[in-house]
Design a protein around this ligand. Structure first.
Ligand code: FES
Ligand code: FES
Length: 486
């Protein structure tokens, strides 16, 4: 479960990135958030000769709103979208994004990266199909605009040419009167959908007069179903239209069956989720829910948002080798201590922490982003260190479980886990603790439901989650009281 060898470039401008793509063509692969690519590399399902890491392209880290559309640049992370005022004009996107993975995944994953990965069971392709997004793709030779049906070609396959990169996606802003909802069923919260539905309705005098419906997990590309949309807008009552749309979806979609769900079950889900999503979208037109309505006043048309939260290491380095493979000299501040080390470019951050710095409290369970055991804090955000290359942490501030507390002065979370028997073997515990440090910082008084969602990306094989949730409630109380817990 280690990435294969590759050459690594981290250009600082879009022109540099496009020149690299032009030079390497099919052998080059763009690395954006990396939350889908790193697992493929680690499982050796992808073997690019060259990795072009675009995370330093600050010029593409933006969310810009006009009264007609919201433009999202290639390096804008999903977490940023969740926190963005501009993105409030895209209620369907906000509704769908919460289904993507877990906070650790969304802290690194980008909107454009998810679209370019083109997994037909992912949420964002469904959103793009439902609203009719425009994809801005660029190469050194020029720019093209593609619509969703041109962009999504087949399983994990897009209309991007070898020398092109998705630099921006444009989501149209719908006028007030529309309500939106995203619904899905997956085996585990955060997994890809067995079936998902993106739904929107426009209501006049209580009647649905127009609808949008797009489905994920039911074929090689996201499917917009105009027959179901027409059916949804036919009935006098909302449920009449929703039932008719559900019947259309269940009869017209042609999903494949696999080890996770049969084709028949997916069709059944499509019908159930269609009704559910249409009802919720309709409620949102009626409730004036701010989370799903466009703001009355458009935000500053030109403004991007927020800081990038990316630290920059050395800009250029002479070519370096370690053990006969490409390497980089990097610097990281870990638990308050500066470190300089030379690492192969394919080495993950988890392996660098464990092998080079001896910080073995960061555990490796799955090594492809599923178990959460390797979670650390990178520039204050919880991330999975098996899904990051060590070179990507050059210049970063990191906190591992070793930096949280000490035996004679436990962190409140450690104290609470101890008090409430929140661990048995302890293998998963470092990942829970680091995940929860960031969660409680942002949510000092969480509900049990919020705690469950926060830890849904961390697997424990022996304790069970009740004691862990109890421990988190206790830790939150300790922290609100300003107590160390020791
Ligand atoms: Fe990184 Fe499992 S998520 S080891
Ligand atoms: Fe053993 Fe969680 S305490 S895996």
């Amino acid at each position: 479960m280690k990435p294969p060898r590759f050459d690594y470039y981290d250009p600082h401008t879009l022109d540099e990135a496009l020149a690299l793509l032009a030079e390497h063509g099919d052998e080059g692969k763009i690395l954006a958030g990396g939350q889908s690519l790193l697992p493929l590399l680690s499982m050796r399902l992808a073997r690019p000769r060259v990795l072009i890491d675009i995370n330093r392209l600050i010029e593409l880290d933006y969310v810009r709103a006009t009264d007609k559309e919201v433009r999202i640049g290639a390096t804008a992370r999903q977490r940023r979208i969740e926190r963005s005022d501009a993105a409030r004009r895209l209620p369907l996107l906000l509704d769908a994004i919460r289904w993507i993975g877990h906070p650790q995944i969304r802290n690194r994953g980008t909107v454009c990266g998810s679209l370019a990965h083109a997994d037909p069971a992912a949420e964002l392709p469904g959103v793009a199909a439902a609203v009719g997004a425009t994809f801005v793709v660029r190469s050194a030779a020029g720019e093209r605009l593609l619509q969703a049906e041109e962009f999504f070609v087949h399983y994990l396959t897009t209309g991007l040419r070898a020398d092109e990169m998705l630099v921006e996606v444009r989501f149209p802003v719908f006028p007030n009167g529309w309500g939106w909802a995203f619904e899905e069923v997956s085996n585990r919260h955060g997994d890809y959908a067995l079936c998902g539905v993106a739904a929107g309705v426009r209501v006049e005098e209580g009647r649905v007069v127009e609808a949008r419906l797009a489905y994920v997990g039911v074929g090689p590309v996201p499917v917009r179903l105009v027959e179901a949309e027409r059916a949804a807008a036919c009935g006098e009552a909302v449920d009449e239209g929703a039932r008719a749309a559900a019947a259309e979806a269940a009869s017209r979609l042609e999903p494949d069956g696999d080890m996770h769900a049969s084709a028949e079950f997916r069709r059944h889900l499509a019908g159930v989720l269609t009704r559910r999503a249409l009802h919720r979208a309709h409620q949102r037109t009626a409730s004036g829910d701010r989370a799903v309505q466009a703001p009355a006043t458009p935000p500053d048309l030109a403004a991007g948002i927020g800081d990038r939260g990316v630290t920059l290491g050395e800009r250029t380095q002479p070519p370096l080798e370690l053990g006969g493979e490409p390497a980089r000299r990097i610097r990281m501040r870990v638990n308050g201590v500066e470190h300089a080390l030379t690492v192969p470019v394919r080495k993950t951050l988890a392996d660098a922490l464990r092998e080079d710095l001896g910080l073995t409290g960061t555990h490796l369970g799955c090594e492809h982003g599923v178990c959460g055991a390797c979670t650390v804090l990178l520039d204050g955000e919880a991330v999975r260190s098996c899904l990051l290359l060590a070179v990507q942490a050059d210049g970063a501030e990191l906190i591992t479980v070793e930096g949280l507390g000490s035996p004679d002065r436990l962190h409140p979370l450690q104290q609470a886990f101890w008090e409430h028997h929140g661990l048995q073997c302890g293998f998963c515990t470092p990942g829970f603790l680091t995940t929860l440090v960031a969660f409680l910082r942002d949510n000092p008084a969480p509900t049990r439901e919020q705690i469950r969602e926060a830890i849904s990306g961390n697997l424990c094989r022996c304790t069970g989650y009740v004691n862990i949730v109890d421990a988190v409630e206790r830790a939150a109380a300790l922290m609100r009281q300003g107590r160390s817990g020791s």
